[in-house]
Design a binder for this molecule. Sequence first.
Ligand SMILES: C[S@@+](CC[C@H](N)C(=O)[O-])C[C@H]1O[C@@H](n2cnc3c(N)ncnc32)[C@H](O)[C@@H]1O
Length: 246
Amino acid sequence: MKRPWYETIFDERYPELFGPLEQDPEEEVAQIVGLIPIPPGAAVADLGCGRGRHAIPLSRRGYRVTGVDLSEKMLRLARERAVREGAAVEWVREDMREFVRPAAFDVFLSLFSSFGYFGDVENQKVLDNVGRSLKRGGALLLDLRNARKGLAGEDGMETTVTVPTGRLCMRVRMDHATGRARAEHELVRPDGIRISSAFDVRIYSEADLDRMIVTAGMRVVAVHGSLDGAPFHVGAERMVVVAKKG
Ligand SMILES: C[S@@+](CC[C@H](N)C(=O)[O-])C[C@H]1O[C@@H](n2cnc3c(N)ncnc32)[C@H](O)[C@@H]1O
């Protein structure tokens, strides 16, 4: 049986194909702790932590960080960097649909569109797991693509940008029937070699997420248009949802 895309694309090609879209993670961590004040020494879980871009700087701030990811390749990059930098992070290779530690965490983070990969029932299960794993008073921050921006588009968008490793073409198409965005990234290196990757993410509206978060035993306390706390609006790039338990 063909493996789902989220089990195959997060490999050594990922930094080249998606890195150009990433912002400075140190700055993002500073923004995150501004949006959700995290008590000193708090237990923080980074769900879909990838190569530890945020988990490592968070651990340097004195938090007890657990990075959860399904990709051994991404976790290997994370572990290697943590060893190089002397950062103490607990790395867990587990599927976010299964990861549950009852009332163990003060904060859950899901950064750079790491939520919405599955069907609705399983996406809800991810939030249910977060609801169970948060302590009372704990917080969840979801950093997602802005649904309304995508859904307002007609047939999707295509952009090509020059990046340090070549020309990167990004195509996004919204499937209005399923509410899913399918994106393809293709990099053409200066020597003509092409590498590409495609992903397919369920795009939820604020109302959808509000309902799903309540079902998971939390409530939405703020929605921002960016990690810097800018107000959310129809054309915002991101939808940053902050929720609390209890
Ligand atoms: C878009 S990347 C973002 C990584 C990281 N948050 C960052 O900002 O660099 C999504 C991550 O989710 C992980 N992932 C995909 N499916 C997963 C699953 N079922 N359970 C846990 N992690 C998963 C991928 O391996 C990948 O590292």
